[in-house]
Write a new protein. Structure first.
Length: 151
């Protein structure tokens, strides 16, 4: 069943998000799956790399392209714990990722708040997979960040 597979793969993306959390990064994780196999992983590393483009999706897309030897990912599924931003949606578009599955929506910075046209017209979306777990990790991170800033 697709939803069981989606949850299993999202758990792997959540593990990536936890790596980001442990490194003090906004906890977003992503993986790319092809033919039922994880071919790429990524997590936010913008602080670590001093690179505003080092989002989980960007790192995973780059790794998947290297793995496949192609910039076209139309037969792949991207699993990401948070709705992609406009920048990542652009990369997803140009990589022609066939399917995108994300956990939590991002009302402030998610690509849908700008335009759903940022997504490739053939891309298929599944949303809300393990949404509670994805939101919980983000909320925990920002709560800790606020507490640190108060000190």
């Amino acid at each position: 069943m697709q939803s069981d597979k989606d949850e299993s793969f999202m758990k792997i993306a959540l593990q990536q998000a936890e790596l980001a959390f442990d490194e003090g990064e906004i906890p977003v994780g992503a993986i790319i799956v092809a033919d039922g196999k994880v071919i790429a992983k990524g997590y936010n590393q913008t602080e670590k790399l001093n690179d505003p483009t080092a989002h989980a999706e960007m790192i995973a897309i780059t790794a998947a392209g290297h793995y496949l030897g192609s910039r076209h990912l139309q037969d792949c599924t991207l699993y990401v714990t948070l709705e992609p931003c406009a920048m990542c949606a652009g990369a997803i578009y140009w990589g022609q990722v066939g399917r995108i599955v994300y956990g939590a929506s991002d009302e402030k910075r998610g690509f849908k708040s700008y335009s759903e046209k940022l997504a490739h017209p053939r891309a298929k979306f599944t949303t809300g997979v393990l949404e509670g777990e994805c939101k919980e990790l983000l909320m925990k991170f920002f709560k800790q960040l606020r507490q640190k800033r108060k000190k």
